[in-house]
Design a protein around this ligand. Structure first.
Ligand SMILES: Cc1ncc(COP(=O)(O)O)c(C=O)c1O
Length: 389
């Protein structure tokens, strides 16, 4: 038979990420010792007290039913974590929704609130799942450029009035991926005023909330006055507790928004495996020390790489948070040419900035997902390649 794809699939063509993955595979087959700094998946395990709970609980045959929604234990752990970590109080029954990773919430939210043709305001460059959700809903992305001169915060005054009036959602992400920017109270207050003026729902993606350096702890959107009137925050255990493969996250905040997302999800999935929920609750309750150690590890990696690159003649800003470095490429290379040259000459894979939106052209994203030893090796390879000479 002839397999015919829907028009919608036009939006889901193979991406630059799959192209790069194929090129990397080819290089590995040729015997190249590739050092992959492209994918934002933590390379370290979760804390042992989390894997222990998961292993023990997985041995209990009673834990294998559909879980449907999050358990009371998990909702309580999320509420307690937020009050202890950010001073944000949540009504656990109405203001907390378990997700199968934050991706689950991010890709489904546009379908809940936007009709085809409505605008959704997104950061450019921004995490690619935002575009996926927008395409699934038939909505239209309106790109908010993140520029260095504005500390990589979107300039709301540049959003045209007619776009603001037809916008249903604004998606924000601090500390960000790929741009490791940090928000502040003043900016979030402006966002809240803007959202109230135009009746726009704000979604703050806080997936990197626990990854920050030099004590510069990011603020929760919900800690800012008026935030719960206009929006929600989405958080995840993927990066904070190295549980990316467990697919566990949550949305919190405005109860009507949470209820609407929950309504869609009740038609889509049957919840998360109970042992994973138990492990997540344990991580949120007892993970503070682990997060501190994890931050120190990423900070050491950040310093090794950035100091090393500077010694080779590439000056890159040190991020205050996240697990990424956002580097402006010297010598007028395009993002893609530079990335392929780095693979060919130094066996190092990074992600071209334009993969995250047009404002990413001229930049690359480097993920700190290899050991210090591997990072040093990557630096040696780059030096030998002479790419900056
Ligand atoms: C900014 C951002 N948000 C959300 C996610 C999705 O994470 P998860 O679905 O594992 O919670 C990622 C993953 O890389 C991300 O970088």
């Amino acid at each position: 038979m002839k397999v015919i794809l829907s028009n919608r699939m036009e939006a889901f063509k193979p991406s630059i990420f799959s192209e790069l993955a194929a090129y990397k595979r080819k290089k590995l087959e040729e015997g190249c010792a590739i050092i992959d700094l492209s994918i934002g998946s933590p390379d370290m395990p979760p804390p042992a007290f989390v894997t222990d709970i998961l292993a023990n609980s997985a041995g209990n045959g009673n834990e294998y039913g559909y879980s449907l929604a999050g358990t009371e234990e998990l909702h309580k752990a999320i509420s307690d974590y937020y009050v202890n970590t950010y001073g944000v109080t949540l009504q656990q029954s109405q203001e907390v929704l378990m997700l199968m990773g934050s991706q689950d919430g991010l890709v489904h939210l546009p379908m809940v609130f936007a009709n085809p043709g409505d605008y959704i305001l997104v950061p450019d460059p921004g995490y690619t799942a935002y575009a996926t959700g927008i395409a699934m809903a038939g909505a239209v992305p309106y790109l908010m450029p993140l520029q260095k001169k504005n500390d990589f915060l979107p300039d709301l005054s540049l959003i045209p009035e007619d776009v603001a009036k037809r916008s249903k959602l604004m998606i924000l992400n601090f500390p960000g991926n790929p741009v490791p920017a940090m928000a502040n109270d003043v900016f979030f207050s402006e966002v809240i005023a803007f959202a109230k003026q135009y009746n726009i729902i704000v979604v703050h993606d806080f997936a990197y909330s626990e990854l920050y350096f030099e004590g510069k702890k990011p603020i929760s959107f919900l800690s800012v006055s008026g935030a719960k009137d206009v929006g929600i925050e989405i958080n995840s255990l993927s990066k904070s507790f190295n549980m990316a493969g467990c697919r566990i996250g949550y949305a919190i905040g405005n109860e009507k928004i949470i209820a609407a997302l929950g309504q869609l999800k009740s038609n889509l999935d049957y919840g998360v495996f109970y042992p994973i929920q138990q492990a997540a609750a344990k991580a949120l309750r007892e993970g503070a020390q682990f997060c501190e150690e994890s931050r120190r590890m990423y900070e050491r990696r950040r310093d090794i790489l950035i100091d090393g690159l500077e010694a080779l003649g590439w000056k890159v800003d040190k991020p205050a948070g996240s697990m990424f470095i956002w580097g402006e490429i010297p010598n007028g290379w395009s993002s893609l040419d530079f990335v392929y040259a780095l693979i060919d000459r130094a066996n190092v894979v990074v992600t071209p900035g334009h993969a995250f939106g047009p404002s990413g052209e001229g930049f690359v994203r480097i993920a700190l997902v290899q050991t210090e030893e591997k990072l040093r090796l990557a630096l040696q390879n780059i030096q030998k390649s002479g790419i900056f000479n």
